[in-house]
Write a protein that binds this ligand. Sequence first.
Ligand SMILES: C[S@@+](CC[C@H](N)C(=O)[O-])C[C@H]1O[C@@H](n2cnc3c(N)ncnc32)[C@H](O)[C@@H]1O
Length: 348
Amino acid sequence: MNEAKLQEFMGRLVGDMGGAAIMANVILGEELGLYRAMADGQPLTPEELASRTGCNARLVREWLSGQAASGYVEHEAGHFRLPEEQAMALANEDSPVFVAGGAVVLASMYLDKDKIAAAMRGNGGLSWGDHHPCLFSGTERFFRPGYQANLVSNWLPALDGVVANLEQGAKVADIGCGHGASTVIMAQAYPKSRFLGFDFHAPSIEKARQRAAAAGVAERVQFSLAVAREFPGSGYDLECFFDCLDDMGDPVAAARRAHAALKPGGTVLLVEPFANDDLDQNLNPVGRMFYAASTCICTPNSLSQEVGLGLGAQAGERRLRHVFMEAGFASFRRATETPFNLVLEARK
Ligand SMILES: C[S@@+](CC[C@H](N)C(=O)[O-])C[C@H]1O[C@@H](n2cnc3c(N)ncnc32)[C@H](O)[C@@H]1O
């Protein structure tokens, strides 16, 4: 036994345990409006923050102290301040790096611990809809900032000829659309195009309809309940899978259906969590987060469905290409990427 290695590992574990504990406090801060109340970057006392947010001053002091110990807020002489950079991640919902909303996904992993343990002891299956509802809103809020920052400005332009099509008026399917964040963002950007969102989870479809109505795009955006391998319609110019293909039990059948429903010359946009092809290349902070979430959420969902391929959220381009080649697509390429996303294009 190497004492120095043990000490180093214990140091890392204490950091991780602190991280897990502070994430519960991040969720509280977001829900209670504590970060938003500090977004102006001005120093304030716990009592001032408590009175701005209608919270208990003693608990706010404890919360702020934990935030300061994490480097999320600065402390000086009894006053606490949220720096501008931290406010972008924790207070500003429209910022491209806003993470506080999506942190709720982590809560679902703890809340569903017994169900996940049962799946691990059993056949591995736990369906999306059997999770705590905070997973559904958390997923929307986790992915939306990335879509808002990248989809219209970078990802769609990286596809061959797709933007021109969307500008003229295209028919678009968003498969596994969840709460429709990506669908609504595209509909707002391309007023001449029509969008059809599909998901097999009824409460998500209901929420997506509300989102489209609130955004004023409901006339051109239709959401329907459908499993991916049987989504209705044909003659699509663009078909999208945003962070959902690896959750599916039979992604090959979903891709085959996409192939059949795609117009000649049409395009499939596949967005998946960033991953390299081999496990050893994914042993890094991004891989750690996605493998952990995939153990509790994505892979059990896939295993609960027909075929149960279990691609996992770190499938990587090579395995994803294989899915699309098996489904009959002629070309498959990486159009672009971000530190968190692979953006892939498939064509007939
Ligand atoms: C991680 S969420 C992503 C949702 C959405 N695309 C987004 O980016 O916010 C995965 C979604 O895939 C859906 N899903 C999983 N398996 C499906 C299937 N076989 N058919 C249709 N939808 C499916 C789930 O209901 C869930 O909404």
